[in-house]
Design a protein around this ligand. Sequence first.
Ligand code: AMP
Ligand code: FES
Ligand code: ZN
Ligand code: ZN
Length: 321
Amino acid sequence: MPYTYPRCKKCGRPAFYRVRYARLWLCPKHFVEFFERRVKRAIDNYKLVRGVKRVLVAVSGGKDSVAALYVLNKFKEIYGYELMGVTIDLGIPEYSEKSIRIARSLYERFGVDYYIVKLSDYGFTLGDVQVWRRVKRIRRPICSFCGIVKRYLLNKTALEVGADVVATGHNLDDLVKFVATDYYNGRIEELVKLGLKTPASNGFAGRIRPLGLVSGKEILYYVNTLGLPYVHMKCPYSPRQTNIQDRILEKINDLELEYPGFKIGFVKSFLHHLKPIMAKSYSVEKKGIYRCSICGMPTSNSDRVCGFCKLRMRVSETISA
Ligand code: AMP
Ligand code: FES
Ligand code: ZN
Ligand code: ZN
């Protein structure tokens, strides 16, 4: 029998993408519509922009945050928020330059006001953190220091520009990884913060993850269909061996193949059933919050020096020695 090419369920034109869990073949146009409808539904169902006047979208130039910038810009009239962008120049050779070039070109194309925040203005770069780790033989992965830097600078920028929330490009695969590994490691404190929305509290700006229920693969097809540029290069500091988080995601992706929709079910089950119970007995609000004696930003460290200032001092000592 001759092979019949799949047709789009909506218009009958040749299809190019199969949404397995929805048993749906779609053409490029209807895939884009489907994707945006799903993101909009997540924004509505999880009330991501309710009461929000200004959204600061964090764009690294990777496919996820490029997609986040594009959809948030597309939806700004519907929801009536003002959109601004921020990109952190971490000072990673080649990678940071590419990421800034792409982010800047998209902000300008969409007419979005933006900030490029340079880590070097604080006296060090991520390259210096790498040197410091080697000199001091620090085993903790660079990504965890990078996380401290990004969280700090995104929060600081949001507070400075009066944004109600920072939007990131975290996707379904990220959430699956975080939920599974925090559960595995018993990190309840981290688990209760996971989800599509973290409300502002204790001097920290709110966080939203509007792409939290769409997979990395769907995002890839979305940006490619729209012809949006993004950084293809991997961060040169990312570890070569796969870590436990990636291994867990690989296994869950196997389950997704066998049971389409498994990943969404896994995250939704956590958000709707487990998280509310956990949040009752463990709330971040109950933890002490202090002001950093050096920079004045909020910190949960009782010695009143935030993680960013500690890192900055340690790295600066080494690189200036
Ligand atoms: P990552 O931690 O690299 O997986 O990135 C998660 C999200 O953080 C991205 O989707 C962006 O929204 C944001 N992000 C990461 N790196 C940067 C950066 N250099 N500047 C601005 N936002 C970033
Ligand atoms: Fe942070 Fe690579 S982007 S370590
Ligand atoms: Zn179609
Ligand atoms: Zn500080």
